[in-house]
Design a protein around this ligand. Structure first.
Ligand code: MN
Length: 173
C-alpha cells in the first residue's frame, strides 16, 4: 500500500479528482468532505500528507492548518493547501498558518502530483535528519549503566558536562 494522503475538500468533484489522481499514482487517498471532521479523521488515519482545501463551510482550511500544526501528533505531517482564490497575500497567509505547500485551483495535474511527491520527499528528509522522539517500545532504560561495558555498535552517550563546570552548550541559532 502506498503512502496515505488525507484529502479535505468540500467540493465533490474536486474531492473525486484529487483522490482519483492520487490513487492513480499509487497513494492511498482518504476523502474528507466536512472540514469539521478533518482533525479527528487525521488522527485516526495517520496520513503521510494532508491535501487541504482552504474555502470550506463551517471551518476554513487556514483554521484547520493552524489546528493541525498545534497538535503534537499531526504537527510533522506536511500539508498541501489548495485554493481557488489566489489573491495577493494568500500564499503568505497559508504558509504563515503552517502549510508546507500550496497549489492553486484549477490545478495542473502534473504540478499537483509533483508537489505532493516533493512534500513527501522533504518530510522524509526531515524525519531522517532529526531522529524521532524516542519511540517508547524500542528504548531501553539505562539502569545498568555502571555495569555495562560499552558494546561495539552502541554509540556512547554524549559526555556529560564535566569539564565545562556549568557552562551551557551553545544554543543553535
Ligand atoms: Mn472548497
Amino acid at each position: 500500500m502506498g503512502q496515505k494522503i488525507l484529502v479535505v475538500e468540500d467540493n465533490e468533484l474536486n474531492l473525486k479528482l484529487f483522490c482519483d489522481l492520487l490513487r492513480a499514482h499509487g497513494f492511498e487517498a482518504e476523502p474528507v468532505r466536512d472540514g469539521r471532521e478533518a482533525l479527528e479523521r487525521a488522527g485516526a488515519f495517520a496520513p503521510d500528507l494532508v491535501v487541504m482545501d482552504i474555502q470550506m463551510p463551517y471551518i476554513s482550511g487556514l483554521e484547520l492548518i493552524e489546528q493541525m500544526k498545534a497538535d503534537a501528533e499531526l504537527r510533522a505531517t506536511p500539508i498541501m493547501a489548495v485554493t481557488a482564490y489566489a489573491a495577493k497575500g494568500d500564499e503568505e497567509r497559508i504558509r504563515d498558518a503552517g502549510a508546507e505547500g500550496y497549489v492553486s485551483k484549477p490545478i495542473s495535474v502534473v504540478k499537483f502530483v509533483e508537489a505532493v511527491a516533493a512534500l513527501l520527499a522533504a518530510a522524509a528528509e526531515r524525519a531522517a535528519a532529526e531522529p524521532e522522539a524516542a519511540p517508547e517500545a524500542e528504548t531501553e532504560p539505562c539502569e545498568t549503566a555502571e555495569a555495562a561495558e560499552p558494546e561495539g555498535e552502541a554509540a556512547p552517550e554524549e559526555p556529560s558536562d564535566g569539564e565545562g563546570s556549568g557552562e551551557p552548550p551553545p544554543e543553535p541559532t
